[in-house]
Design a protein around this ligand. Structure first.
Ligand code: 5CA
Length: 156
């Protein structure tokens, strides 16, 4: 999507984060592919999962290590409503990113964001930068701050 990588860089800069986006020249759509391209562990890949509230239709973003998955019961407690995976079109229209390139930063609208504590186990993590082959490395605490994410228990 045009301008999506630039949006990530601008959002990072707005939060005082100087990131270097790397185009890997191969797919980083999944955590496993991203880890292979980055030469890091799957746990160091940040998954950015967009869910939709079944009552309100609002979106919620969950940031978690590539080795973990979202516990839908715990996530629903945080959101205050039952959640389902957002439709790819809704993700694209409201974040400005296609599935597989959804970044923790730089969405078209503000989205309530939660982060798993496990991200903080690493000195450095890698996250999607708005395209299916684009990533950036970041210190996880700085990423969580820039994403205005609430650290919470929603992943297993
Ligand atoms: N670029 C990598 C990380 S650097 C990435 O985006 N990984 S991800 O885990 O955040 O995004 C891929 C995830 O998108 C999959 O794990 C899956 O949960 C979700 N996904 C894949 N297909 C769909 C779909 N059709 N609808 C909603 N979510 C989907």
């Amino acid at each position: 999507m045009a301008g999506s990588i630039e949006r990530v860089i601008a959002a990072a800069a707005d939060s005082g984060l100087d990131i270097e986006v790397r185009r890997m020249g191969a797919s980083t759509r999944t955590a496993e592919q991203a880890a292979a391209q980055c030469g890091c562990s799957v746990a160091q890949i940040v998954k950015s999962l967009v869910f939709s509230g079944e009552d309100t239709g609002r979106l919620y973003l969950f940031l978690l290590p590539g080795t973990k998955r979202l516990d839908s019961g715990k996530a629903a407690l945080l959101a205050g409503e039952t959640l389902s995976r957002a439709e790819p079109r809704q993700v694209r229209d409201l974040t400005g990113f296609a599935i597989g390139g959804v970044s923790p930063l730089g969405h078209l609208i503000p989205i309530p964001t939660f982060a798993d504590q496990g991200l903080l186990d690493h000195d450095r993590v890698w996250a999607a930068a708005g395209a299916h082959d684009a990533v950036f490395a970041v210190e996880p605490g700085a990423l969580i701050s820039a994403a205005k994410a609430t650290v919470a228990d929603f992943a297993v």
